[in-house]
Write a protein that binds this ligand. Structure first.
Ligand code: EPS
Length: 399
């Protein structure tokens, strides 16, 4: 059984986005409504441009599903683009003045063309709809094991919420997030974020921000410290940096670790026998600076990942640039765009993070069918609760 994997294809203004997912066991019930609701959330958020009024993203399953369940075959999902016009030169004219911050310049030189459209169509953040679909699909599996993800906007420019998210308050915070125009679980900060976005629009400018995702319910031991490619935090970083416009990623305390001594960084461990039934097996922590991973493995605390999104590179006011044909100084081209897509990015982060958790989950609990995956999960948890499986070495040595 190959490890869970997905591949995306499709241009922003092509006929469709296509997502192929391999490595899912047979017998997984697919919650299409859930996937579509995540796609709808990604389309929202204050500061989005006109495109989202044209699109209505929903998935169609082309392969790998029979009567709403996986059959272990490669699974293909399609999201149709309503704004499909890639071959129409009038509607998608060439773009010769690269936007600083976009893939335009590097891609045009790389693929030996002066028409940035050849690059921008695929580099577009439209592709993130595919990643949300893949992540939401993988979450159908995680939810069978009570593993849930929660993503939100932490800040836009300097409007930052200091809310702390825990296993016991996240469901309440989710309600506040879902009522927030910016997907921030803090009403006062939402108002300030909206003001910032409104002002950026007036200034013909754009803004970025910080998004955060928490994954709850992971058993101890997902991922592995045996090889750097198997570490969950490394995979999360890879996945998050792969999101369009992301410039930094942090796990738990992240870069703040550099300015604190060890005793303020590491999370003390205590054992509470009454919590043995939990995925943390009773190994409790009062803090979660590690962001739920130690040695690249889940440690029973929620997995916490943050990503920094730069401001959108398409500015209505333009930026100094160069015409790739004439080499003359010109202002950059303008394409219809968003003023701020940080809210959408929080949905993308939540879903790509969940996909990586599902990947390490199915690596540890692999099987051709959900029945086998479930049996493996139950057996491991049983053994882990029975520790020590053998008498401690010190006890034998003292005999
Ligand atoms: C994007 C430019 C805009 C955004 C797009 C990302 O597209 P358009 O030029 O068609 O208006 O709307 O994002 C999406 C279409 C989406 O679904 O998120 C870009 O240049 O990255």
């Amino acid at each position: 059984m190959p490890s869970l994997h997905y591949q995306t294809a499709g241009e922003s203004h092509g006929p469709a986005l296509v997502i192929t997912v391999t490595g899912l066991p047979a017998g997984l019930d697919i919650d299409v409504e859930f996937i579509n609701s995540e796609l709808a959330r990604r389309q929202g958020g204050y500061g989005r441009g006109g495109r989202q009024r044209i699109e209505q993203d929903t998935v169609e399953f082309l392969t790998g599903v029979r009567r709403g369940r996986t059959i272990a075959a490669p699974l293909t999902m399609v999201i149709r683009n309503n704004d499909s016009r890639l071959d129409d030169l009038q509607k998608t004219p060439p773009v010769y003045r690269p936007r600083p911050g976009h893939a335009d310049l590097a891609g045009s030189v790389k693929w030996l063309t002066t028409d940035c459209r050849e690059t921008l169509e695929r580099a577009s953040a439209r592709e993130t709809a595919s990643r949300v679909a893949a992540g939401a699909l993988a979450r159908c599996l995680l939810r069978e094991f009570n593993i849930e993800a929660f993503g939100f906007v932490r800040s836009i420019l300097d409007a930052q919420t200091s809310v702390s998210v825990t296993e016991s308050n996240w469901q309440d915070l989710k309600k506040i997030r879902d009522a927030s125009e910016t997907y921030c679980p803090d009403e006062g900060v939402t108002t300030r974020q909206c003001e910032i976005i409104r002002q950026a629009k007036i200034d013909k400018d754009t803004v970025g921000g910080l998004v955060e995702a928490h994954v709850f319910g992971c058993p101890i031991g997902l991922g592995s410290s045996m090889d750097w490619t198997t570490k969950l935090d490394a995979r999360l970083a890879y996945a998050v940096m792969g999101i369009q416009a992301f410039k930094a990623v942090e796990i738990g305390l992240g870069k703040e670790c550099a300015s604190l001594p060890g005793h303020k960084v590491h999370d003390p461990i205590r054992f509470d026998a009454s919590k043995r039934a939990k995925p943390n097996l009773g190994f409790e922590r009062d803090t979660n600076n590690a962001g739920g991973t130690e040695g690249g493995m889940t440690n029973g605390m929620p997995v916490v990942v943050r990503g920094t999104m730069k401001p959108i590179a398409t500015l209505l006011r333009g930026m100094p640039s160069v015409d790739l044909n004439t080499k003359e100084n010109q202002m950059s081209s303008y394409e219809r765009s968003d003023v701020c897509a940080v809210s959408a990015a929080s949905v993308v982060l939540e879903n790509v993070a969940a996909f990586e958790v599902a990947r390490v989950f199915t690596e540890k609990f692999s099987g051709d069918s959900m029945t086998e995956v479930r049996a493996q999960y139950d057996a491991y948890m049983r053994f882990a609760r029975m520790l020590p499986l053998e008498p401690p070495v010190a006890a034998i040595a003292n005999k």
